[in-house]
Design a protein around this ligand. Structure first.
Ligand code: HEC
Length: 141
């Protein structure tokens, strides 16, 4: 093979590696969590922990709901990140039921407000069926 051809081929390969098809990239990046063989990245694990500390008491283990508060793995099938964080930051009160169920506002709770992305990621992984119930294993360590 002549040298120029080899150089051209190598150049084309570099370009191909640097710029995969846009569709492949966005499909990967849309996921707000990372789960590989049932193990989660640091952020998703953090979300699991924060959920356990601040949300589980009402929304039940694994986001799966209780008699008091809705199943968040179902909610996230139709709620996007913006709608989710709006409810979590501002809270909400169901006034249509005879019994008043209150979703507190977490805007002033640093442990939640600072890590709302991670909590969303964890719940989204549960909602997508990418992650089972219980304490997930971590990818790193
Ligand atoms: C004191 C109990 C309580 C705690 C703690 C709590 N929630 Fe809620 N949450 C509720 C109730 C009750 C509702 C339903 C309110 C309504 O219907 O208006 C709700 C609603 C929601 C909704 C809307 C669901 C939907 O389908 O519309 C989201 C999202 C949510 N909570 C997320 C969270 C997250 C995340 C946490 C932890 C940071 C949390 N909640 C902590 C009681 C709670």
């Amino acid at each position: 093979m002549n040298t120029r051809l080899v150089v051209a081929a190598a150049g084309a390969l570099c370009l191909a590696l640097a710029a995969p098809p846009p569709s492949a990239v966005s499909a990967e990046e849309e996921k707000p969590y990372k789960v590989v063989d049932g193990k989660v990245d640091r952020e998703t694990f953090n979300g699991y922990r924060r959920y356990g500390n601040s949300c589980l008491q009402c929304h039940g283990p694994d986001g799966s709901g209780s008699s008091y508060a809705p199943n968040l793995t179902e909610s996230l099938k139709h709620m996007d990140y913006v709608a989710f964080s709006d409810v979590v930051i501002n809270g909400r009160q169901n006034v249509t039921q005879s019994q008043q169920n209150v979703m507190p506002s977490f805007g002033h709770v640093e442990d939640v407000a600072l890590y709302i992305n991670d909590i969303y990621g964890y719940l989204k992984a549960r909602s997508d069926g990418a992650l089972g119930r219980g304490r997930p294993q971590r990818l790193d360590n």
